[in-house]
Design a protein around this ligand. Structure first.
Ligand code: CMC
Length: 427
């Protein structure tokens, strides 16, 4: 029994008492599950006030700008951990011992190759396809290759699928890039780190040796950590919804990739870099800020604002520092970084952005780092998808481990009432 209750009183009817649930952290949650059987639904388009599930993986305090994975703050993970350790933590709930980590690392590393026939699948796509379109298709197609372990009711099958996805995502992501530029695919290398192997598959060619720059490897690892999970965002909720019907894990992750692609979500990093390029010079900033504030103009400052954060996105702070590190290492002075910093300064001092609590989010600086590394903007969201795969899998596994109901929201129907059908075609 919950200690707190909410009483709902409907005109002329007996009051309904609802339990108020309390998590470890965060807002109280009114348990409305009994309302449906009483002939009432709640209405919350966009889920602005709805907890869609119970979860132990990630916690966000949007007012304070706090992000915790299994209780560990994101800045500590970004500074003192590595992506694969964060993956272990997200999937298993605890930080690994050295032995546990080594076993995990070896398992991920030894399954990075994809079925050779999948390479032929790539050739069915146009060379100028957006890499996210290819990622969506190829990830979904994995179900056609790995159907030996797709019984979602068997825990071991779920585990095997999790490793397969985590291991093969960088290989497929790099293949999307290589295919788009007409270069041969580069096979994974088991002696490299997760991030180092990805950079190698992106940039190595058969003609000359490619040595992974340790600063860029660390920066890529950090980008992966910062994108690893973010509780019940659009793509994660999509994965949970797809998975709730018992769909196979590859189909669920492909659904997550599709949802991530949108410019309001993962597609924002690509859109943000395009916006900075369009602004191109500090003197053009006021015009773009004016447009962002104009209700009659659909333009928004990309990389700004967040449904949950009403404070600086803690991931953006780490991303900004990493951006400086990478540009210093490469000896580059990027005019876009100057534009970004000035835009941030102007927006953070503008009453429109202050009143609406709009701050830079994770996507604001990531594009500048990726561009400096030589990665084209069309690959930005693919890298986000690669990093977020572990979060999607962690939520998908949690949902299965704890038992689930098929996701089936109801609606407020505002269409026609019943009416007689009379065909117009026979007249
Ligand atoms: N530029 C200008 N105005 C904005 C922006 C923006 N980027 N974001 C929100 N607003 C305004 C919006 O017009 C509204 O104003 P008003 O109250 O006068 O109508 C108010 O702020 C609240 O906006 P909202 O659209 O109701 O907020 P939301 O929670 O539904 O949307 C968001 C959140 C992230 C979709 C939105 O802030 C946005 O479109 N940002 C730009 C895209 C972006 O950077 N997305 C990446 C999010 S972080 C990475 C990820 O998790 O995927």
């Amino acid at each position: 029994m919950a200690d707190k209750k909410v009483t709902l009183t409907l005109d002329g009817e007996a009051p309904v008492e609802l339990d108020v649930l309390q998590g470890t952290l965060g807002q109280d949650v009114v348990d409305v599950r009994s309302l449906g059987s009483q002939g009432l639904f709640t209405f919350d388009p966009g889920f602005t006030s709805t907890a869609s599930c119970e979860s132990k993986i990630t916690y966000i305090d949007g007012d304070e700008g706090i992000l915790l994975h299994r209780g560990y703050p994101i800045d500590q993970l970004a500074t003192h951990s590595n992506y694969l350790e964060v993956c272990y933590i997200l999937l298993n709930g605890e930080a690994p011992t050295p032995e546990q980590f080594e076993e995990f690392r070896i398992t991920v590393t030894r399954h990075t190759m994809i079925h050779e026939q999948i390479t032929r699948l790539f050739h069915g796509f146009r060379r100028d396809s957006h890499p996210m379109a290819v990622m969506c298709g190829v990830t979904g197609a994995l179900a056609a290759f790995y159907h030996d372990s797709m019984d979602v009711n068997i825990e071991r099958h779920r585990e095997i699928a999790a490793f397969r996805l985590l291991s093969k995502m960088p290989t497929m992501a790099a293949m999307c890039y290589k295919y788009s530029i007409g270069q041969p695919f580069v096979y994974p290398r088991n002696d490299l780190s997760y991030a180092g192997n990805f950079l190698h598959m992106m940039f190595a060619t058969p003609c000359e040796e490619y040595k992974v720059n340790p600063v860029l490897e660390r920066a890529m690892d950090r980008i992966l950590i910062l994108h690893a999970d973010h509780e019940q965002n659009a793509s994660t909720s999509t994965v949970r919804t797809a998975g709730s019907s018992g769909a196979n894990p590859f189909a669920c992750i492909a659904a997550g990739i599709a949802s991530l692609w949108g410019p309001a979500h993962g597609g924002a990093n690509e859109a943000c870099l395009r916006m900075l390029e369009e602004i191109s010079h500090k003197e053009h900033i006021p015009e773009f800020v004016r447009r962002a504030k104009d209700k009659n103009d659909s333009f928004r400052l990309m990389g700004f604002g967040h449904r949950v954060y009403k404070n600086y996105d803690p991931r953006a702070t780490v991303m900004r520092d990493t951006c400086h590190e990478v540009l210093n290492e490469l000896g580059m002075k990027d005019d876009l970084l100057e534009v970004a910093m000035e835009l941030e300064h102007i927006a953070l001092n503008d009453p429109y952005f202050i009143e609406r609590k709009l701050y830079p989010n994770v996507d604001f600086y990531s594009g500048i780092i990726l561009k400096a590394m030589g990665i084209p903007s069309s690959m930005f969201t693919v890298i986000f998808a690669m990093a977020r795969t572990v979060g999607w899998i962690a939520h998908w596994k949690e949902m299965h481990d704890e038992g689930m109901k098929i996701a089936r929201p109801r609606q407020l129907y505002t269409g026609y009432a019943q009416r007689e059908f009379e065909s117009q075609l026979q007249k």
